[in-house]
Design a protein around this ligand. Structure first.
Ligand SMILES: O=C[C@H](O)[C@H](O)[C@H](O)COP(=O)(O)O
Length: 294
């Protein structure tokens, strides 16, 4: 089998595992379209190891930098889900193993992340035991450049991510620059977790919400979340005019468990780009939610 076919087959397998996609970049002399849970992210012509490492290593650097900059010994931290957050989890594991970090307790945002963190011997807890987190680190599917409002849930973990991340004093987002957008909506379908019962009806209700007019709510199949629910992916042709109103209307819809609009939550965004890693801070302080720790 030619090397390209092997890589493509492995990438297809990797796409179902979300966070291992980047592992497959390390092939020599092959053109690879990299696939991730959030859609095609990078088209890399890999003519040698040094080139292939570029996109991989920079995303990797962003994940590592987030931990190096924002995690200190003694903290309670939230660990996100996805191919980018994977590197932050890996870094926490490394720093605990070499003794540079001590007394960390981590709250994972999915079963995948729980398994990864456990494998690295990161001490784990839940919000029941530690209701206030010092920092959470996670990826995103879209970041609005101006506000750092996010779309999340491409990997289906949005509910656990949101409950953990609103409990954090600081949310550090790590993305590659392909995730940056003007506004939210068309760049990446908005995931909404819904109950299984009457899912067609619930999706029709969502499509009828005034602030989401024109969206198409597609059922993600076959997919069941860690919480036993479905995901509807909302497709938009134009940016959502009023994300706050959209968030409120979705939250008010019976049968919607949670939506992937993470508004006023990110404090800082670490962006991996072709020219290196940059950091952007949210304009002003993210608004404090009533359930966020001070
Ligand atoms: O449900 C998944 C999460 O919201 C992820 O943070 C998001 O999908 C980004 O994942 P990735 O870093 O794999 O693109």
């Amino acid at each position: 089998m030619p090397a390209g076919s092997i890589v493509k087959r492995r990438l297809a397998q990797a796409a179902t595992l979300a966070f291992v996609t980047v592992r497959m970049h390390i092939m020599d002399g092959v053109q690879v379209e990299t696939v991730s849970r959030s859609g095609p992210v990078m088209l890399s012509v890999i003519s040698n190891y040094a080139v292939c490492i570029t996109a991989h290593a920079i995303t990797h650097q962003a994940g590592y930098l987030a931990v190096d900059e924002y995690v200190r010994s003694g903290m309670v931290i939230g660990l996100g889900t996805g191919s980018t957050a994977y590197f932050a989890v890996e870094r926490v594991g490394q720093l605990l193993a070499n003794g540079k970090l001590k007394d960390i307790v981590a709250v994972p945002t999915s079963e995948r992340t729980r398994a990864h963190a456990a494998q690295l011997s990161i001490p784990l807890a839940t919000l029941d035991e530690h209701p206030a987190l010092d920092v959470a680190i996670d990826g995103a599917d879209t970041v609005d450049r101006g506000t750092l409002a996010l779309v999340k849930g491409g990997g289906g973990a949005l509910l656990r991510e949101k409950i953990v991340e609103v409990a954090a004093k600081k949310l550090v987002v790590i993305v590659d620059e392909s995730k940056l957008s003007e506004g939210l909506g068309p760049h990446f379908d908005l995931p909404v977790e819904i109950i299984q019962f009457c899912q067609t009806h619930i999706r029709r209700q969502i499509e009828g919400l005034p602030s989401l007019k024109g969206c198409k709510a597609n059922l993600r199949m076959p997919y069941v979340t860690d919480n036993g629910n479905y995901i509807a992916d909302l497709k938009f042709d134009a940016p959502i005019a009023d994300p706050s109103q959209a968030a409120a209307e979705l939250s008010d819809t019976v049968g919607v468990v949670e939506h992937g609009l993470f508004l006023d939550m990110a404090s800082v965004c670490i962006i991996a780009g072709k020219d290196g890693v940059t950091t952007t801070h949210a304009p002003g302080n993210p608004k404090k939610r009533k359930d966020a720790p001070s």
